[in-house]
Design a protein around this ligand. Sequence first.
Ligand SMILES: Cc1cc2nc3c(=O)[nH]c(=O)nc-3n(C[C@H](O)[C@H](O)[C@H](O)COP(=O)(O)OP(=O)(O)OC[C@H]3O[C@@H](n4cnc5c(N)ncnc54)[C@H](O)[C@@H]3O)c2cc1C
Length: 822
Amino acid sequence: MTVLLIAFLLAVSIGCAFYGARLPVWTVASALGICLFAASGQIPWPATVLVSLVFLAIAVPLNYLPWRRRYISGPFLERFGQMVPSLSETEQVALDAGTVGWEGELFAGQPDWKKLQAIPHPELTSDEQAFLDGPVEELCGMLHQWDITHRDADLDPQTWEFLKRRKFFGMIIPKEYGGLGFSALAHRAVLQKVSSISSVAGSQVAVPNSLGPAELLVHYGTAEQKSWYLPRLARGEEIPCFALTGPTAGSDATSIPDYGVVCRGDYKGQSVLGIRLTFDKRYITLAPVATLIGLAFRMHDPDGLLGEKKDLGISLALVPRDTRGVEIGQRHMPLNVPFQNGPIRGKDVFVPLDALIGGVEMAGHGWRMLVELLSVGRAISLPASATGGAKLASLATGAYARIRKQFNTPIGRFEGVEAALARIAGNTYAISALSRMTATAVDLGEKPAIPSAIAKYHATERGREVIIDAMDIHGGKGVILGPRNYLGRAWQGMPIWITVEGANILTRSMMIFGQGAIRCHPFILKELEALKLPDEGQRIRRFDELLFGHIGYSLRNATRSLVLGLSFGKFAAVPNDRRTAKYYQKLSRYSASLAFVSDIAMLMLGSKLKQKEHLSARLGDVLSQLYICSAMLKRFESSGRPAADQAILAWAFHDCIHKIQTALQRVVDNFPQPFLRGVLRLVIFPMGYIERAPGDRLTHKVAQLLLAPSETRSRLTQGIYTSARAGHPVGTMEEALPAVIAAEPLERKLLKALKAGEISGLDWEQQLHDAIAKAVVTPAEAAMLTSVREKTMEIIAVDAFDADEFRLGRRPERSLQNQQAA
Ligand SMILES: Cc1cc2nc3c(=O)[nH]c(=O)nc-3n(C[C@H](O)[C@H](O)[C@H](O)COP(=O)(O)OP(=O)(O)OC[C@H]3O[C@@H](n4cnc5c(N)ncnc54)[C@H](O)[C@@H]3O)c2cc1C
């Protein structure tokens, strides 16, 4: 009975911890248990006394608040200030700038799946759909990748004109200012489709609709600025660019050396108060053709013309291109994806004070403005473009792997190729779900700072993996550039998307977990705020309340991680669906593990955690994969749980879970305090490393889904440009695919007859001729085989150029030399 009592108390403690019960509940339940066991008279009195004393020694100090505050919370409060990561002003701004959505649930260790299911799954409005089916389709029909990237190094003038006239640059500008006023979802759909045919056009449409003058004016502009600039931007009469980066400030953009000094100067013949700007910017998209420059600089007021503050901080201004002193027009060549991009310089460029976005009141608030809006733009542009590219690669590679045959077998049937095909399908499914979920978050009014960092990093990294696999499967067909090549430029351009809007190494190492840890944590921010309370008594009371909430939270997560690890997630509350319940159980388990290990890391490393980028990156990986899995499950649910999609979901899900296990394993194996590694391993992996990467059978099943038209394949690649217009190789392949598949039994018949010696011939034509003569195939069947053969030869063909024709492609160094000579 004594053992039973101890087991009972342990069970109460584990149960309370698992369900996050409050301290009084544990106290009352344990006390009642001891009383009942004692009353049964079955326990020797010394044992009852001993157990009661131990219980009282724990329960009394914890429940007696004055004692607890004096001897536990008070002393801990002193140390807390030194333990938590110190926040710089810019970090504080970044923290304040975003909101917390579903990622907060995942981070806190006990995701409420009902909340995920309750997130709406909006669709495009009829206007938005009409725009996609009309102007976007028309635009895609005008884009010829080879001409853009090789011959012209630009879009042609008709396309530029079309983009302006159909308001492609005004998607985010509200209708009242003449823009299209599109939702984030529609904005995403447009970029996805345009990027699937031309990344040059995609980026030139993306930039005016992302972080830049229009977005800044919509949110912070003065009434005059809005009514003057927004209609002009919507109509394409102004082409905007946004200039932040310079030679000595890239990822560390807060250290920009560019400056503006408040002074009086001449403006349109009058002496006015303004800013004299000196700047040196590079890599600025659209700069060579921009008419309106959004400029970030540090503002100084040495003569106190605006007030007492001399260093006002980062500020944003709108500088018209033709302002005296602005040097603009040169072009960079971003790999072989020649969208308009170049440097902008200026020395002593004078602009009046009303050039400041938002007016003088917003002077010095530039960093906050940028960070607030970056989370929105980053949630849409690059994830949408990566989705377009990945979908195109899935469709094209699947078709090509069926059409291209080796040893009379489609190459997509070889196991080695299957492995790459399955990766393409799984990654595309994941990227697409991720991109839709972050765009939806924006439409729901979130400023999704962490999901946008997750989406930017993982959509571009997975997109890169998709393109590499697609190139490998295409072999020489992917390598030889020319009008028939639909992959090479995407492969060449991948490092661009990895670098822009927060370079990926930095995003993974510092931003995803670094910000998530503080922003999503249910206690840390509140504890930091409690530290600042002026009244000591109030400070200790508040801190005590939070500290014990925090301890309960950590115990809950440790217990959940252990119990769910031991039970394979069985005790987690998850949606009751036979096919997906085990997925939700796994996510619940690893969410608890992440919350637990994050707390231990913060406790042990404090402010040093910021420098531990290995650790921070791996914890960020866990949060990211949990988020991607949630997005995929949401996608599966919202599309009506199609049974035919189950294999792709399963592949992508197990891939993510395996990555979670690897990341957590590395966290544990490299945890800076070696003595904690054993404890962490026990709590996180009580049954060892049980997750497996997707198996060969599943890989085979998923790969085959790409090789033939089906609803699953159409759903996976929905929303890209696939028209079979003349010269669009992917559309042509899609059109040919059903006939290629239909001809396969005839090809096998022909081959069998050849092997059996029934027909002969030195080449394919002769063999077919003989087959008709010997009635192995009918003339109609022969016509079908001939037609398919012609289409196949057309599809697998690559370009070859006459030497003169090849030289037509403009070479930047020659153009520059010519300019200089002129
Ligand atoms: C084609 C193109 C278009 C662009 N368009 C614009 C534009 O329109 N407007 C604009 O203002 N800017 C633009 N940029 C600039 C872009 O945002 C920067 O290139 C980016 O911020 C990285 O800066 P950087 O190239 O100087 O690299 P660096 O900052 O020098 O970084 C180099 C490497 O170090 C890593 N790194 C840096 N700090 C850390 C850290 N603390 N921890 C771990 N890793 C770290 C980075 O991840 C990166 O891998 C563009 C860039 C390109 C290439």
